[in-house]
Design a protein around this ligand. Sequence first.
Ligand code: FAD
Length: 321
Amino acid sequence: MNVVELIRDAQAHQTTRFAFELLPPLKGEGMEGISAAIERLMPFDPAYINVTFHRESVQEERLADGCLHRHIVRRRPGTVGISAAIQQKYGVTVVPHLICGGLSRYDIEDALIDLDFLGLHNILALRGDALKGEEHFTPHTDGHAHAADLVRQVAAMNRGEFVDGQVEECHHSTFTIGVAGYPETHGDAASAEEDLIHLKEKVDAGAEYIITQLFYDNNRFFDFVRRCRAIGIEVPIIPGLKPLATVRHLTLLPETFGCHIPEELRREVLAHAEDKAAVRQIGTEWAIAQSRELKEAGIPVLHYYPMGKAENIIQIAKAIF
Ligand code: FAD
């Protein structure tokens, strides 16, 4: 089943499914670490597993002919390969992420063709962030500036339209496309209203569901869903959750993801700042309470962000699924 069918199926059975996201292994590592994490989470019957896509920086090299060549530096390559390996090994729907950053339209098309051949028919289409040292996100000169353009490219390929033109008699890909949404507004957006308009552009371009940025106050998620519905975004909206795990997260998470940390959570963490295990437990229990409320609200899938050794996510999964 594709992700939308999985969501609809959970809705039809009035149940809430578990889903999680993993990072590809660091360059030079094998599949052992990722397999170990998956095997501990499989008993909770994940609806799907997402695999992130990364690029860290760009290195410039002057070639012998004097031309400047730009290499994308990736510490965690292999999204496509590891996604295929996971889907084949565990028989679970896998959703590779694909980003605009660093890729031309031709690179993206090549990746899509590989994904299609490998039986990976679900994609999360993202823009990607600015690289370290860049003030703003800079697209590839022949690439996409916004995730909506990437969604358009994938949707066009589903119709048999390739970068260099239409192919009349062809095998059609059937990608189900998801996109990111921001309950607390994306950092580059001119306003919350404009951010929602751009989110609607992604849906109008062909995105069939939304996974949200992490948040710690469920009211912000519920309000986001209401605002989406009010402007005509009707696709399923899946909440993204990540348990807070360290005192440093109190500042790092808002800085990185623009999320609000509720005062009650902040106070409790600070009251136990010297005890790492207690802080981790507080974060896990907060995520359990959030998950419980979302489940009671009838949300069909809860999506958990990558969690190193998966201990806290296992604790959450045991409590909720
Ligand atoms: P967009 O939808 O393009 O939006 C980016 C900004 O541009 C927003 O502020 C939006 O309002 C604005 N905008 C959009 N269209 C227009 C327009 N036409 N004119 C003006 N402004 C516009 N990053 C990775 O590198 N790899 C990953 O694997 C990854 N996975 C993620 C998974 C999830 C669920 C989420 C929520 C985020 C993930 N990210 C990942 C991070 C994501 O790449 C960043 O948040 C990025 O900064 C924005 O991506 P986007 O797809 O939302 O971009």
